[in-house]
Design a binder for this molecule. Structure first.
Ligand code: T1G
Length: 725
């Protein structure tokens, strides 16, 4: 296991070193200063020196192997931290060309180079492997190969846009680069990216042997074999045109053209595919340079660092020991309970799924197992593996075995008395040392803890629907929550692959608190006569995955009504006069998708149709009002941003970082805007303040700027000073 050296030692130890014996050079990567290997300026320099030695034929080297000494990563790509130093496109273009040049030197070495990949080979990491002669990957679960650059608002900048299509063909390469998806070794082998898959313990031995076999010309890389070359049909002009136009359509429907990188990527590949590699690299470097300094890329890099930091920060001022999580019990086998069960089982945790009635427990079990089977199918798991996975979820109508659980999550109906009863039952069964988490989305955790014999064990674990897809878990502490409970809940969320933020108890917590005024404003626009499809389009054009009116139908009008009432009571000064639309809808039995009657129509199979015109009669047939898209976006966007700032000044949020992570990963706040706080920094606190004051003057005090915003504008401060995430 590679050791992480302290600052001084780190500066001394090189991130890469080379050993030569019997004609084989083994290049070992181990960045002493970080938990992952990245292509930093330092590594570029060190690798450059090593290549000098290899180009000069030092030690009679006949072949080389590049291997990592870090568990979990081979190379995690370029050092994203260094992107912050890009003052302009020229800086970024130069960085791309430096990376390209280093990999060209590897590719042009007169000896074969084998990439021995164990762990993540992402971005510049995979590009390094593509410049090697032969690629061997391990079948360990941490081995992932991909080009996720578009998720950072950029494109591969070290040769990926030129080498990958030439290795695996256009369609496969575009799919990988446009989605940023990560392949495990078996799928990378199937895609033609790697030449072999081996168990980790024999990686170096096999890599060394194959390197020497390549040198002796006893082995040929797949790409060099006729069968290895990508399908030629797609290189026929009409087919190529079709591939690019289809890909462009796909990008536009997914991004509404709000993300420049994937569109630019298509241009670079389309123009470069029939040119020489050097010409293609030139196109790549120019595009990389321009994209890396766009506001979209800056925001997406911000989202990367804030979400990674949130994952690694258990939300405690003083570190506390987290209990390991091997078994979880879930009370309430409804849609949320089943989703939490499936997600926990997939992470290797044993799950007891309880409900009062056997048929309800059975239904929850079926939902969980179907979801697991779907994911197992995607991962091409073998039948015995699928059975082992689904068998991890055991249904029950009793509290037996709860004492063996490390954490119990209650996901029963949103009713205080019911939750109080369940908390008492759980505590009687579970005993000391078992964390009691509640998946409530509206009831204050403090109130829930009142029913508990061990209130310090009680914590909010707020998942978002659908649990399998939504990355965020909002962990809510009340004043009495013990630190080990918070640490354990955070550890659990991280173990099941979620991005957690830790917030303090308050009505609506953080995510629903900022969502509520946004949803209320959308309902007010309806009452003013603005058409629902115009409201939804305005907000999807602003970058939200779905519009607020559609969201009402998805979450359920009854749930929205309940949350709205709690917020109106808690913040009567600003939210005390909620729109009546939601009440009218519920009174009319319109709960949304769940009963097939909402703002929009739903066919027999639950497929969403167009607006249900009858809704306008329900809200008094307000005369149709054409409102400019920008005005809709301004009212809904700023009322949410302003509320986010209030939660920071009130101490609900621990940091602006958590605020951005919560909004982006909890309710789809547009990632290219970075989150509400990054948005204020990008727009400028003064500008946001003035625009809120203008809205307040027109529409009332629900737009009254938060005090923290006035301070920020007055002191010309930012939520994230340069260098912050
Ligand atoms: N640059 C800088 N820091 C990085 C980093 C990177 N590429 N990857 C990880 N870190 C830091 C991270 O912030 C955290 O820091 C610590 O390492 C551990 O990360 C030329 C231009 C590799 C799968 O997009 O997906 O290459 O919080 O907690 O869960 O074309 O990190 O401890 O201070 O996430 O084990 C493309 C990004 C770059 C991959 C490991 N590469 N990284 O996951 O650890 S662009 C990526 C990851 C590029 C080229 C272009 C994951 C991981 P801290 P972690 P993990």
């Amino acid at each position: 296991m590679a050791t992480i050296l302290d600052e001084e030692q780190a500066q001394a130890a090189p991130p890469v070193r080379m050993e030569i014996s019997d004609g084989l050079a083994v290049i070992r990567l181990n960045d002493p200063a970080r938990p992952v290997n990245v292509i930093s300026e330092g590594l570029l320099r060190e690798m450059g020196d090593l290549l000098d030695r290899l180009e000069n034929g030092e030690g009679g080297v006949r072949a080389a192997v590049i291997i990592s000494e870090k568990k979990g990563t081979w190379i995690a790509g370029a050092d994203i931290e260094e992107f912050k130093n890009f003052q302009g496109p020229a800086d970024a273009e130069a960085a791309s060309r430096a990376g390209q040049e280093l990999l060209n030197r590897i590719e042009r070495l007169r000896i074969p180079v084998v990439a021995a990949i164990d762990g993540a080979a992402l971005g510049g990491g995979l590009e390094t492997a593509l410049a090697c002669t032969y690629r061997i990957a391990t079948d360990s679960p941490k081995t992932k190969l991909g080009l996720p650059e578009v998720q950072l608002g950029i494109i591969p900048g070290a040769g990926g846009t030129a080498r990958l299509p030439r290795l695996i063909g256009l369609r496969g390469a575009l799919d990988l680069m446009l989605t940023g998806k990560q392949l495990d070794a078996r799928r990378a082998l199937k895609a033609g990216i790697v030449d072999e898959v081996v168990p980790a313990p024999i990686l170096l031995e096999v890599a060394g042997r194959q390197a020497m076999a390549l040198a002796a010309r006893k082995l040929q890389p797949r790409a060099a074999r006729p069968s290895g070359s990508p399908d030629r049909v797609e290189n026929l002009l009409p087919m190529k045109r079709l591939i690019f136009s289809k890909a462009r359509q796909g990008v536009m429907s997914k991004t509404h053209g709000l993300y420049p990188a994937p569109l630019r990527l298509l241009k670079v590949v389309e123009r470069g595919i029939d040119k020489s590699v050097d010409e293609a690299l030139d196109l790549e470097a120019k595009a990389f340079g321009e994209l890396a300094v766009t506001p979209e890329a800056r925001s997406l890099v911000h989202v990367f660092f804030t979400s990674t930091a949130a994952k690694n920060d258990p939300g405690l001022e003083t570190p506390a020991k987290a209990n390991p999580i091997d078994q979880v019990a879930i009370v309430g086998a409804g849609f949320m309970g089943a989703g939490i069960a499936a997600t926990s089982a997939e992470a290797g945790i044993r799950v007891r799924l309880k409900d009062v009635k056997p048929e309800a427990a059975a239904k929850g079990l079926r939902t969980a197992r179907e979801s697991l089977a779907k994911r197992a199918k995607r991962k091409k798991m073998k039948r015995f593996q699928v059975t082992a996975l689904t068998d991890r979820v055991q249904p029950t109508t009793e509290y037996t075995g709860f004492h063996a659980s490390d954490i119990v999550v209650e996901a029963v109906f949103e009713d205080l008395d019911l939750k109080h009863r369940v908390i008492k039952e759980i505590e009687d069964a579970a005993g000391e040392g078992v964390v009691l988490g509640s998946n409530t989305s509206t009831i204050p955790i403090t109130k829930l803890a009142e029913a508990s014999a061990r209130p310090d064990h009680v914590i909010g674990l707020h998942f978002f629907s659908p649990v399998e897809k939504m990355p965020l878990v909002e962990i809510i502490t009340h004043a009495g929550t013990a630190d080990w409970v918070t640490a354990t809940a955070h550890g659990y969320a991280k173990k099941i692959g979620k991005t957690p933020i830790v917030v303090h108890d308050a009505p609506g917590f953080y995510v629903n608190r900022i969502l509520s005024p946004y949803m209320a404003e959308a309902a007010l626009l309806l009452q003013e006569g603005v058409r629902m499809e115009d409201i939804d389009r305005a907000m999807t054009d602003w970058g939200f995955p779905v519009g607020p009116i559609t969201l009402y139908d998805e979450v359920g009008l009854d749930v929205a009504q309940k949350a709205g009432k709690i917020m109106a009571a808690a913040f009567s000064d600003r939210m005390g006069n909620p729109p009546t639309v939601v009440d009218r809808m519920v009174e009319d039995g319109r709960l949304g998708r769940k009963n097939g009657k909402g703002f929009y129509t739903f066919d027999g199979d639950g497929k969403k149709g167009g607006p249900d015109e009858a809704v306008y009669a329900l809200i008094g047939n307000p005369s149709k009002k054409e409102m400019p898209k920008a005005e809709i976006q301004e009212r809904l966007g700023l009322v949410m941003v302003n509320e986010a700032v209030r939660t920071l000044e009130e101490g609900v949020l621990r940091s602006a970082r958590d605020g951005d992570v919560g909004a982006v990963f909890g309710i789809g706040f547009p990632p290219f805007r970075g989150g509400p706080f990054w948005f204020v920094d990008t727009e400028g606190a003064q500008s946001v303040l003035e625009r809120l004051r203008a809205l307040e003057a027109r529409y009332g005090k629900r737009f009254a700027p938060a005090a923290r915003l006035e301070e920020m504008a007055r002191d010309k401060r930012r939520f994230f000073e340069d260098g912050d995430a």
